[in-house]
Design a protein around this ligand. Structure first.
Ligand code: AN0
Ligand code: CP
Length: 315
């Protein structure tokens, strides 16, 4: 593994999943592997789970960890080549990526979608430029369009909880007062496609995901129809892809409630977190026995540990 920014970096998915399971069974089995190695995590956006679970994963492998919030603590970074930097940006990504590469062995980078420029977001300009100028492997801590560490933990959780060989998994759009990226949903779809599940996507009209992610999949605008018989209900808000970055109001009744969960096959409720209570999902569902959101968050540690181990093995 040369880096980890999407499922495409995973040569054998089942090997990665069984490594993550093995890490969970014995988190301390490779405490010497990362000795003398450093992970540096750079955040352009806030985080609770990703930051702490990945730090914990690195420490379980014996690594040192450095963390920096670039937006609040770093210099404004210039992405364009050939510009005269006499404006607000103070450091070019070429130097920034080159410098950080000299301080550590693996870089983690969080860079959310701008939600302004669809082409730039979907070309992953910031992530790809950083990778181009870095000399060590880069892990995505959520990029503009993908969140692979989350998806790996989600898939691991589904495998642990599944009662059938081919569970029905529903990805449902859910309401949210602010426009959010499509990254978690895109990434979840990619990882579900690679696994033995019956995936159904449901969202209101106008909230279609990018065609490259959903081509050939079952998509319905009827949430009730989708929820029927579901083993897993994965709720997530995303903003419009077509009217790029716009949040779409008026679908508050898409919130997941106990009543909706009764339509499922005693389904489990999933969300990547952070989640807005009684907007995305009701208190009763989130606090009830069907919710497995904390299991998902727990598995983030072992997902990150498996990915870091694969990168350390190849270093
Ligand atoms: C982010 C998102 O939707 O991409 C991060 C989720 C892990 N969510 C928020 O900003 C609320
Ligand atoms: N799920 C997730 O990535 O959470 P954070 O944004 O808190 O890292």
């Amino acid at each position: 593994m040369k880096g980890f920014t999407s499922i495409q970096d995973v040569a054998r998915l089942e090997d990665l999943l069984s490594l993550a399971r093995s890490m969970k069974a014995d988190p301390h089995q490779f405490t010497m592997l990362g000795r003398g190695k450093t992970l540096c995590m750079l955040f352009f956006n806030p985080s609770l789970r990703t930051r702490l679970s990945t730090q914990k994963a690195a420490q379980l492998l014996g690594m040192h960890v450095m963390v920096m919030n670039l937006n609040s603590d770093g210099w404004n970074i210039e992405l364009e080549d050939g510009t005269t930097m006499n404006g607000s940006s103070k450091e070019h990504i070429k130097e920034a990526a080159g410098v950080v590469s000299r301080y550590c062995d693996i870089i983690g980078l969080r860079t959310f979608a701008s939600l302004d420029d669809r082409d730039k977001d979907y070309e992953e300009v910031l992530m790809n430029k950083f990778i181009a100028h870095a000399t060590v492997p880069v892990i995505s801590l959520e990029s503009a369009t993908l969140h692979p560490l989350q998806s790996l933990a989600d898939l691991m959780t589904i495998r642990e909880q599944a009662r059938t060989h081919r569970p029905k998994v529903v990805l449902t759009w859910a309401p949210h007062p602010k426009a959010l990226p499509q990254a978690v949903a895109n990434s979840f779809v990619q990882w579900m496609r690679a696994s033995e599940v019956d995936l159904v996507i449901t969202h209101p009209p106008g909230l279609e995901l990018a065609p490259r992610f959903v081509e050939g999949l079952k998509v319905t605008h009827c949430q009730e129809e989708a929820l029927e018989g579901a083993d897993f209900v994965y709720a997530k808000n995303w903003s419009s892809y077509t009217d790029y970055g716009k949040s779409v109001a008026g679908w508050e009744d898409w919130m997941i409630t106990e009543e909706k969960m009764t339509m499922t096959h005693n389904g489990k409720f999933m969300h990547c977190l952070p989640v807005r209570r009684n907007v995305v999902v009701s208190d009763a569902v989130l606090d009830g026995p069907q919710s497995i959101v904390l299991e998902q968050a727990h598995n983030r540690v072992y997902a990150a540990q498996a990915v870091l181990k694969m990168l350390l093995d190849e270093a």
